[in-house]
Design a protein around this ligand. Sequence first.
Ligand code: ATP
Length: 458
Amino acid sequence: MPAKTMDELVSLCKRRGFIFQGSEIYGGMQGAYDYGPLGTELKNNLKNAWWRAMVYERDDVEGLDAAIIQNKHVYKYSGHEDTFTDPMVDCHECKSRMRADHMKDIKKCDNCGSDNVTEPRDFNLMFKTNVGPMVNEDSYTYLRPETAQGIFTNFKNVVDSTSRALPFGIAQIGKSFRNEITPRNFIFRVREFEQMELEFFCKPGEDEKWHDFWVETRKQWWLDQGLTEENIQFEYVTGDDLAHYSKSTVDILYKFPHGFEELEGVANRTDYDLGSHTKAQEEFDLSAKVKKNEHSTAKLAVRDLEANKWEVPFCIEPSAGLDRGMLAIMTEAYTEEELENGSTRTVLKFKPHLAPIKVAILPLKKNKPEIVALAKELKNKLQKLGLGRILYENTGNVGKGYRRHDEVGTPLCVTVDFDSIEKDDAPVTVRDRDTMEQVAIPAAELPAYIINYFVNQD
Ligand code: ATP
């Protein structure tokens, strides 16, 4: 049974160290969350799974890690300075602030029901910041509202350094910032978040074919992370709902505890971004900084050798939110099971490659030196396999350990007991999170057993 309420998830996340309210000791900070010990592992595992699928398993994608702070002209020419806005409504009675396109009725306050509300007005979502010690009207820039612009501005650098020809993509994972009018629903809508973005460049005319391809490929990737078909939907974005750069967008929605909402957007950005940055290079006075000749101006295009002309590629962008991905994975994994003895257990049924702790090693007796030594030796051996975090945990209470590890989604627990040090074949007990079955394995064979489990389960 998936999580019934967001409250259950929020409470588990705090109790077990996945996610904490940001700046909590000062009363919190709306729209900012901190990832705790297990949340950090889960996040890294999800990022690694994305990078593996989008970069390593393909031969037509390169990676990038661009700066968060860019020249303000990037956002002028990308169109964000003028158009990256949401419509905002204020209530004169209760002072609530609302996003007009999320209101039930834009003439009535969602909070108090009063009709004493303002007309919707555009609010730019970019955080403005000052760069350098002098504060003057030119010293500002913005925190990036999407990672994509760093990819577009580096298009020529990547093409030149990798000799790529169309079609090919550039992938990037990183923080983005949006001054959301109403951050809400835990980590679903926050002001600081991470995106996993691919900009896939292709010939104009081939864009619709690639758009379809990426919508299906991305959906399959989410299924591979453990989300289920019935909790995923597509929404075809049209008309005024399209972003300023998009010709068509398909949103991949997930059934979060608060309903079906966007998890990832797959947009056909056409030649909008590369085109407008290229055009800007021609208009913008770069004379002081860049010598104007064909090699030094940033023509963000590829040379069509047959037609002997520059051609600005089209771009398909699958843009996934890492924080929303975490929330979806946790929602799907959250299970409450009734046991034969009438008690219930909470289990996070993560796919093994996403589990924050892969294996927990639990010595049966806290103070028995031979048991402790063997448990530590096994931890060190398994850690070297490179599967992720292997936890040695010496509390002496194996039963409670199983419960705790069910709740944080550890796929396997290994118990080291007296048999492990006394018998010739030194058996340890491996307990499976989902089936709760226990098997005895000779300690010497444990690394092979564990590798086999993780390779076959995913
Ligand atoms: P929404 O309509 O929910 O505001 P959007 O359409 O503006 O989202 P995009 O610009 O398409 O979002 O961004 C791509 C992805 O980045 C989204 O699918 C989402 O997963 C993530 N994302 C965007 N804004 C936020 C946010 N405020 N908090 C968390 N994740 C976000």
